[in-house]
Design a protein around this ligand. Structure first.
Ligand code: FAD
Length: 482
């Protein structure tokens, strides 16, 4: 008993001596209680409701993301216990010249949620639902769409747009756009945000919407965390179906599938749809249109009406009936760690076929364990309303993704990154744009071109709401802390 007690007090004494009490900006190091007396001038850490993690293991964990290509080790990781923690830590970081990045579930692929020698704010510790009405949900930005949907379905409701995969956080997709099989009808997830509560680069907590602090609202949505951290969102909801019928329609060639996709975008016969280009073992491709009709348990849709006039290979059609939840949560939440140099672009409808022809002619596996498929998400850009969401200015467009699992080989990854850049350039020359979740090496000049006429809007908001450039430009968006 005596031994145990003294061991416990010994551990306590060591723990409090190694407790970090502040940061010395001159040396860029943390100051522990044991060395505080001889440390000279240092900034004291603010009191926190949550925890600040400085240990090597945690910092290594946050030097990774879904892409497993970029590894930037932060100085510390904040797991906030309250929005007040975020304000306090932003103010502390600002005073001490420490860059900050907000992070959801790190499903971006190229270091977007990492920061070298800075501070990561892991938003997933703040993940509560505050209110659900018949038309809206008020939710913390750290909540995953998976948990949000589960809760809204209990009320018979859903967000108008869901991504294919719902393991990301609300703040993570609102920072980039958030698209899925319903986007041809309802735009992106950011089009259904009614109000945000954010914390700016000065630590100020502000509400914003189309009628309050509009400049902030419109640069936080699809703004890649460059202006403020999103802590809470009020989102639109709509009635959800209980069941879906899934039709897998196979096509003999790509032009026929694209023509049907355009027709179906115009007619809106289905509730969701996406196209796939699937490489075949013989070197060819299969073309699959995945279309979904929502329905109630007692009323399956009329197949003949829905499929009339389409040009798929009718003998190959497959159908399946699922609950809406089974469909919406079809992709498992966790993936094994492998390099995933995905590229994600928006193709103008008018050039999509040419661009896809080039991809089919040039996309080749570099090794046996280099696997990929190509996803097409139909979009009608007129339905996207937020200025920083850069989609081609045409009647139809396509989200284009090469979903790739690459060999664990630096040379192969470099070759894939070079190929991604080539595709990015080609698409840009054809009038296309970038979806900024991609593993594509971009310069500040590329970002300026990406935002085009909206770049001054982003810059003005950054100067106003983050005057000391606290938010790290993770994707290296700005030249010399512009
Ligand atoms: C398997 C898989 C499937 C996917 N499917 C789709 C899809 O169908 N549609 C689609 O649109 N996307 C899809 N994505 C991409 C994904 O939606 C984006 O990468 C999204 O940004 C990831 O969210 P996250 O919570 O993981 O955010 P993170 O990757 O952690 O962060 C993404 C960016 O947002 C910033 N950020 C995160 N949280 C906040 C916050 N609270 N405030 C301010 N900035 C913040 C980060 O700094 C970073 O710049 C998919 C990704 C994967 C891995």
């Amino acid at each position: 008993m005596q031994t145990n007690l003294s061991r416990r007090s010994f551990i306590k004494a060591v723990a409090s001596a190694s407790l970090v009490v502040g940061f010395q900006a001159a040396s860029g190091t943390w100051v522990t209680a044991a060395h505080a007396a001889e440390a000279g001038d240092f900034a004291k850490l603010p009191p926190l409701d949550g925890t600040l993690h400085l240990d090597e293991a945690t910092r290594n964990e946050y030097a990774q993301d879904f892409g497993q290509i970029v590894h930037e080790q932060p100085l510390a990781v904040l797991k906030p216990g309250s929005p007040r923690d975020i304000s306090r830590v932003i103010r502390f970081a600002r005073r001490n010249g420490i860059p900050i990045v907000g992070r959801g579930k790190s499903h971006t692929t190229f270091g977007q949620s990492q920061v070298q020698a800075g501070l990561v704010i892991d938003m997933s510790t703040l993940a509560s639902i505050h209110a659900i009405t018949d038309e809206t949900i008020t939710v913390d930005a750290g909540m995953r769409w998976y948990d949000l949907l589960k809760a809204t379905l209990e009320q018979g409701l859903m967000p108008p747009v869901l991504p294919d995969y719902i393991g990301q956080t609300v703040g993570g997709t609102l920072s980039v756009g958030g698209i899925g099989g319903m986007s041809f009808k309802f735009g992106a997830q950011i089009d259904h945000v009614l109000e945000l509560t954010v914390i700016t680069g000065t630590g100020a907590v502000l509400r914003c919407s189309l009628t309050e602090n509009r400049d902030l609202f419109e640069t936080v949505l699809a703004g890649q965390g460059q202006v403020a951290v999103i802590v809470q969102a009020v989102l639109r909801l709509m009635p959800a179906p209980t069941n879906v019928r899934l039709y897998d329609l196979f096509y003999a060639d790509l032009p026929t599938m694209m023509a049907d996709l355009n027709l179906l975008m115009e007619e809106e016969r289905f509730d969701q749809m996406e196209g796939w280009l699937l490489p075949q073992p013989n070197g060819g491709w299969a073309y699959l249109l995945e279309v979904i009709a929502f329905h109630a348990p007692d009323g399956p849709p009329d197949d003949a009406t829905l499929l009339a006039g389409l040009h798929h290979v009718t003998s190959a059609t497959q159908t399946a009936d699922l609950s809406f939840w089974a469909w919406a949560s079809r992709i498992p939440l966790d993936f094994p760690k492998r390099p995933r140099p995905w590229i994600d672009l928006f193709l103008p409808g008018s050039t999509a076929l040419d661009f896809l022809g080039h991809v089919q002619a040039t996309l080749r596996p570099l090794a046996a364990d280099d696997r990929f498929s190509v996803l097409l998400i139909p979009m009608r850009p007129a339905r996207s309303t937020r200025p920083l969401f850069r989609v081609p200015n045409e009647a139809y467009a396509f989200g284009f993704d090469i979903l790739r699992t690459a060999p664990n080989d630096p040379a192969a990854i470099e070759a894939i990154l070079a190929y991604n850049r080539e595709l990015y350039d080609k698409n840009r020359a054809m009038g296309g744009t970038n979806y900024p979740i991609s593993a594509v090496r971009l310069t500040p000049e590329d970002w300026q071109r990406h935002y085009g006429p909206e770049f001054p809007r982003l810059l003005a908001a950054r100067h106003r709401y983050d005057p000391d450039n606290v938010f790290a430009s993770g994707p290296d968006m700005f030249r010399n802390n512009q």
